[in-house]
Write a protein that binds this ligand. Structure first.
Ligand SMILES: *Cc1c(COP(=O)(O)O)cnc(C)c1O
Length: 399
C-alpha cells in the first residue's frame, strides 16, 4: 500500500519548510545589512548604543519599564531566578510540557523544578493544578506561553499572591501575544524572551532579554549579566558574562518593526489551516477567547501521529514534534532532580499525539494548501485501509 502511493506520488510535490528564515531574511536584507554595518563602523560591539536602544524599544513594546538584554532565553530565565535570590532548597513550579530550558534554568540555580500538568485544551500550565503543587519551599512559578498562546495568567497571579510566589513568565514563544489586551512578558514580576533565530522575533544567532517594571529586579539583572558589576572593575557579586550582542540588537531593532505584521501573517496561515483541516479526525489548536495566539507553532493532535509525521516528511513537508519527551522523562532528569506533585495525565497522553505543522510568517497559500492536501491524503489512505481490513476480516469469517 505504502509503496503504491510512493510510486503514484506526483513529481511536482511541493516542499514546505518548517521554518523559512531565508524568506524572512529576503524581506529585510537591506535594512539588516545596514544595521550590521552601522555597528561595525561604530566599533560599539558590547552593550553600548544599539543594545540600549533595543532595550528601550522592546520595553516599550511589552509595556514595561525595563528591558535587560542577555545572551539567550535560558540565561534570561536563569538570571531572573538569581535576581530573585532563588537557589538551593527552593522549589519552582513549571509545566511538564515545555522546552527543556524552562527546567534547566531552575536546575542551574540549584533549585528544584516541580512539574504540573497542562490544560487539556490549550496545552498550557493548568491553573487548577497549581495549588496542589505548592509547598513551604515554593518560591516562584514559571508559566510558559506555549506555542504562542498566553497562559491563563489571572488565576495564577491570584494563587501566587496568596502564597507569596514570584511569577516569571517564559515568553520565549510568545513575542507580541496579548492576554486581555496586554503583552505577554509584561504581566508577571518579570518576563523572559529568547531571540533564537526561529522564534517569532529572532536574531541571526543567540540572544535573549528580560522585561520587568520592578526596578530592583532590573538593576540586579544589569549587574548579574555583566560580571556582577555596574561600575567597571567593582564587583558586587559573582555574576556572569551574558549580554545581548550589539550586532544582534541592531538586527532585532529592524525585525521588531515587522513583528506585529509577521504575527498577523502567522494568524492568517493558522486560519487557512483551520478551514482546510476542519473535517479531519484531528484536534486543531484551541484559542481561548480573551487572548491572541501568535502561533509560534501550529500544533495539532492525532491518534496516528508518528505515521502522519513520516507520511508528511516523506513528501517534503517538514512537520515536527513539540515536545516528544516531557521533562520528567528526560534522562537529564532521571536522577530525582525534579519533582512531580500529581500524576501528569494530560502530558502523558498528549506527548504521543502532538504534531506541529509548518508555521512561519512567509508561508504562501500554496504552501498551506499543499500541507492540507497531504494531511487529507493521509486520512484517505487510513480510511481505505480500514475498509480493506473490514473486507478481509469478513472474507476470512466466510471462508
Ligand atoms: C526557546 C525557548 C527557551 C530558551 O531560549 P534559548 O534562547 O534557546 O536559550 C526557553 N523556553 C522556551 C519555552 C523556549 O521555546
Amino acid at each position: 500500500m505504502d509503496r503504491m502511493t510512493r510510486i503514484t506520488r506526483p513529481a511536482s510535490a511541493r516542499k514546505v519548510q518548517f521554518v523559512d528564515l531565508q524568506r524572512q531574511h529576503d524581506e529585510v536584507r537591506v535594512d539588516i545589512d545596514e544595521a550590521i554595518a552601522g555597528v561595525i563602523n561604530s566599533n560599539g560591539y558590547v552593550l553600548g548604543k544599539e543594545v540600549g536602544a533595543f532595550e528601550e524599544e522592546f520595553a516599550e513594546f511589552c509595556g514595561t519599564k525595563h528591558c535587560i538584554g542577555v545572551g539567550s532565553g535560558l540565561d534570561a530565565l536563569t538570571l531572573t531566578l538569581r535576581a530573585l535570590d532563588i537557589g538551593p532548597g527552593d522549589e519552582v513550579i513549571l509545566p511538564a510540557n515545555t522546552f527543556v530550558a524552562t527546567a534547566l534554568a531552575v536546575t542551574q540555580v540549584g533549585a528544584t523544578p516541580v512539574l504540573v500538568d497542562h490544560d487539556p485544551q490549550t496545552y498550557n500550565l493548568d491553573p487548577r493544578r497549581l495549588t496542589a503543587a505548592i509547598t513551604r519551599l515554593t518560591r516562584a512559578v514559571i508559566p510558559v506561553h506555549l506555542y504562542g498562546q498566553p497562559v491563563d495568567l489571572d488565576p495564577i497571579q491570584v494563587i501566587a499572591e496568596e502564597h507569596g510566589l514570584a511569577v516569571i513568565e517564559d515568553a520565549c514563544q510568545a513575542h507580541g501575544a496579548l492576554y486581555k489586551g496586554e503583552r505577554c512578558g509584561g504581566l508577571g514580576d518579570a518576563g523572559a524572551f529568547s531571540f533564537y533565530p526561529g522564534k517569532n522575533l529572532g536574531a541571526c544567532g543567540d540572544g535573549g532579554a528580560v522585561v520587568t517594571s520592578d526596578d530592583r529586579i532590573a538593576e540586579r539583572l544589569r549587574r548579574l549579566r555583566n560580571y556582577g558589576s555596574i561600575v567597571k572593575y567593582h564587583h558586587e557579586e559573582c555574576g556572569v558574562n551574558s549580554r545581548l550582542d550589539a550586532i544582534q540588537a541592531a538586527i532585532l531593532r529592524v525585525k521588531l518593526r515587522h513583528l506585529d505584521k509577521w504575527n498577523e501573517a502567522r494568524q492568517r496561515a493558522a486560519d487557512r489551516y483551520r478551514a482546510g483541516l476542519a473535517d479531519l479526525p484531528i484536534v486543531l489548536p484551541h484559542v481561548a477567547e480573551d487572548r491572541t495566539h501568535v502561533h509560534h507553532l501550529f500544533v495539532i493532535r492525532s491518534k496516528h501521529r508518528d505515521r502522519l509525521l513520516n507520511y508528511l516528511v516523506d513528501r517534503g513537508i517538514y512537520a515536527g514534534i513539540h515536545y516528544p519527551v516531557p521533562i520528567h522523562h528526560q534522562p537529564a532528569y532521571a536522577g530525582g532532580n525534579c519533582m512531580v506533585s500529581a500524576p501528569l495525565n494530560c502530558t502523558e497522553s498528549s506527548c504521543g499525539e502532538l504534531l506541529s505543522l509548518p508555521m512561519h510568517p512567509h508561508l504562501t497559500g500554496e504552501d498551506i494548501d499543499a500541507v492540507i492536501a497531504a494531511v487529507g491524503e493521509f486520512h484517505d489512505q487510513l480510511s481505505s485501509e480500514h475498509i480493506e481490513a473490514a473486507v478481509t476480516s469478513t472474507a476470512a469469517s466466510r471462508g
